[in-house]
Design a protein around this ligand. Structure first.
Ligand code: 3H9
Length: 707
């Protein structure tokens, strides 16, 4: 035994407790110790059965994900858990698995090698490996269909979504749900089955279905995977592996699974998704705001502005069980805002996302108001009024008067200077940016904008709150556009330039969608409203350097009233179902405007479209990183994955650049610099990293060490 696994006795039952915090992963040492405990039990005449349980908050949440990077880099040899699991399954005395918290990945695979499974009703059970770009690699794809049937196994392995313990019990994955103390229930269960024959999952075949039924299941699953997990390899590999379970004996099926698992493990997609897994956790770590920084209790919130953003933000708080005051200037605006919220909720009920009761309760917790009278109760206010400095300042001056000391005063601005807004109050330490993304109740990203004077307490509260709201909070500095939109500017600029240089509008969008983005850059403009950028550009025109090329097509489209989806015309023409259709009128206009501007027209490849748009993101990201407006390259990645539809399997723009190779990216940017001028000046950090053969990931590591 070792300190990762404890063995105790409850009379005639051995209790094997895995104690490998935080999530009892199957790190090296854990399987060996469990195996030794099973061997010991089998030769001890006083013991009739064993229970395997997890210490702390969870059962085994999977293989140790940190080990995968070591294996693919060659630092440690490739390990397999298959013989270990066979060892459990071949135990001559029964092994009962007791599950609480999560039995994920290798944890579920271990559970299925046990002879019986019992669980707390709140437990979650699943094979989430595809989210890491891999598939179950310890016979999960072989044992699961034998317990739950082929269709459910395909769904669980290819989509990665867990099932609740009660659902798992209904499926036959769990033998008994245990209310109350799990361990005593599991021990009693073990005593009850100790003298019965020992069922082995791998020997079961009754749920493996017929070839005809299975063919339809696999075809439908492949179809769904290609649509819903577009571009991802692991879901298709998972389906192949489950199919192997239906066509081959167990041992051969395991070999097929191993082959697919290994291909996935060594793929760029898996490396990217593992980077994302750790990145999502890393962004919560702020070097100068350590764990344990005091936080403010946020029990009541107020939102100023009931427009699309304000309404969405109110829903976010209401959904998290936090009562909200929603303020607007007149009854008509407030009624319209509440109407939109009701409509959004109604459609969530229709789609089965929420129950009517949940929605009724949420709606009750949103109180529409026309004055600041009740704001003195709020622990936090989020301002979401129209984007304009004068208006924001007057709102913050009002908030300063109306709110209690200690309340957080947050702005949802996407472009304006937080420090300038903070100056309108007598308490700049309470002011911070909370930049939600549209639609606020759907998008996971929350950029938390740190002002010069934002207090650590306020920052720590917002970071913690983001989790409660179901968001990924990323702390960013106060520069124009913050991190996400500052990078989005050059990205969309290039998309427009490409159209102005002769690329077809649909070809620009198609290239980026084929790259994996949720939407093309021009279609995204239509969705957000082209007039938004147009207004901002007009406000900042005085800052543009003379002689530097600016895109013009969108401004001209706006001058013609083509604001995008909201006016049914933008880059595209939209039908009543908001479906985009190519518009020959726009193509002709762009050609005419380009000719007038003397821009030579040429054929442009999909590869150039992708390089121009994506490397524009990377170059700006490198500047942001060097200037310290993002804490780490991975923070930029997480922003792009959760707020801008960047494909997770590419790991985010900075990780993607590392994967391509920074030398190659830098060279291409130098070419663009020569061809297109100053806008493409390579970021000094990118140049340094490329010249020294380093990556953004290494930059992050070096910075973490230095901090
Ligand atoms: C697998 O099993 C493959 C198999 O088929 C076998 C093949 C041979 N490993 O998320 P949290 C860390 S693949 C290493 O904040 P929560 C995490 O980084 C695996 N570390 O907590 C964090 O560290 P830190 C399949 C892990 O309560 C800390 O634990 N399994 C692992 O919000 C707390 O994590 C999965 O994909 C791990 N497996 O959520 C499950 N898991 O504090 C992945 C977590 O230093 N894990 N850490 O930042 C999860 O989904 C969530 O962590 C869980 C807890 C729901 C368990």
């Amino acid at each position: 035994m070792n300190n990762l696994v404890r063995v105790t006795r409850d009379n005639d039952v051995a209790v094997i407790t895995v104690d490998n915090p935080p999530v009892n992963a199957l790190s090296p040492g854990v399987p060996q110790a469990i195996e030794a405990a099973i061997d010991e039990m089998n030769i001890d005449p006083a013991i009739k059965a064993a229970v395997i349980i997890g210490a702390g908050r969870t059962f085994i949440a999977g293989a140790d994900i940190k080990e995968f990077g070591k294996m693919t880099s060659g630092a440690t040899p490739r390990r397999t858990l298959l013989p270990f699991l066979l060892h459990i399954e071949d135990s001559v005395k029964p092994v009962v698995i007791a599950i609480h918290g999560t039995a994920f990945g290798g944890g579920l695979e271990l559970a299925m090698a046990g002879h019986y499974r019992v669980a707390s009703p709140t437990a979650q059970i699943g094979q989430p490996e595809v989210k890491l770009g891999i598939i179950p690699g310890a016979a999960g794809t072989q044992r699961l269909p034998r317990l739950v049937g082929v269709a459910k196994a395909v769904e669980m392995c290819a989509e990665g979504k867990p099932v609740s313990a009660p659902d798992a019990a209904a499926l036959g994955l769990i033998d008994s749900l245990i209310d109350g103390d799990l361990l005593s229930g599991a021990v009693a269960f073990a005593r009850g089955i100790a003298d019965k024959p020992i069922p082995k999952t791998r020997e079961r075949t009754t749920k493996l279905g017929t070839a005809t039924d299975n063919a339809a299941v696999f075809a439908a699953a492949r179809d769904a995977a290609r649509k819903k997990q577009r571009g991802m390899k692991a879901p298709l590999a998972a389906i192949d592996a489950v199919e192997a379970a239906t066509r081959m004996p167990f041992e051969e099926g395991c070999q097929a699974e191993q082959k697919l698992f290994t291909e996935c493990l060594f793929s760029d997609q898996s490396k990217a998704l593992i980077h994302v897994f750790f990145g999502e956790r890393e962004v919560g770590k702020i070097p100068d705001v350590p764990k344990g920084t005091p936080v403010i209790a946020v029990n009541r919130v107020a939102v100023v502005g009931s427009g699309t953003m304000g309404g969405g933000i109110a829903m976010v708080f209401a959904n998290a069980g936090i009562p909200v005051l929603l303020k607007d200037v007149d009854q008509a605006a407030l009624d319209a805002g509440m109407g939109k919220i009701r409509k959004n909720y109604a459609s969530s009920v229709q789609r089965g996302r929420f129950t009517q009761q949940f929605v009724d309760e949420r709606l009750q917790s949103i109180t529409p108001v026309l004055t600041y009278d009740l704001f003195s109760d709020a622990d936090m206010v989020v301002e979401a009024v129209f984007e304009g400095m004068a208006l924001k300042k007057s709102v913050f001056a009002e908030l300063d008067r109306a709110c209690k000391p200690g309340a957080i005063l947050a702005s949802n601005t996407s472009t304006l200077n937080i420090d300038e807004i903070a100056e309108a109050t007598s308490r700049p330490e309470a002011v911070i940016g909370t930049h939600f993304f549209s639609p606020a109740n759907v998008m996971r990203l929350l950029e938390i904008v740190r002002g010069k004077k934002s207090s650590k307490e306020v920052i720590a509260t917002c970071m913690q709150l983001s989790k409660k709201l179901g968001k990924v909070g990323v702390l960013v500095g106060n520069c124009r556009g913050f991190v996400g939109n500052r990078m989005f500017g050059p990205y969309r600029r290039e998309a427009q330039f490409l159209a102005e240089e002769g690329a077809e509008i649909e070809a620009v969008d198609r290239a980026l969608v084929d790259f994996g983005n949720a939407m093309g850059p021009l279609a995204t403009g239509d969705l957000a409203g082209l007039d938004v950028g147009w207004r901002i550009r007009k406000e900042y025109r005085h800052l543009e350097k003379p002689g530097i090329r600016q895109p013009f097509a969108e401004d001209r489209l706006c001058e013609l009233g083509r604001y995008g989806q909201k006016t049914t015309k933008g880059w595209y023409r939209y039908d009543e179902n908001r479906r985009a259709n190519a518009d020959p009128e726009v193509a002709a206009l762009v050609r005419k405007w380009s000719a007038e501007a003397g821009i030579p027209q040429r054929q442009i490849s999909a590869e150039e479209i992708v390089d121009r748009c994506i490397y524009a993101l990377v170059n700006e990201g490198a500047r942001i990183l060097e200037e310290g407006f993002a804490l780490r390259a991975v923070d930029i990645d997480i922003i792009y994955l959760n707020g801008y539809g960047f494909p997770a399997y590419r790991g985010g723009p900075m990780w993607h650049a590392d994967t391509v190779g920074l030398q190659k990216v830098y060279q291409r940017i130098c070419e663009f610099h020569q061809q297109h001028g100053e806008l493409w000046a390579p970021a000094p950090l990118l140049q340094r990293l490329a010249e020294s053969g380093k990556t953004f990931a290494e930059f992050d590591k070096e910075h973490a060490l230095a901090a």
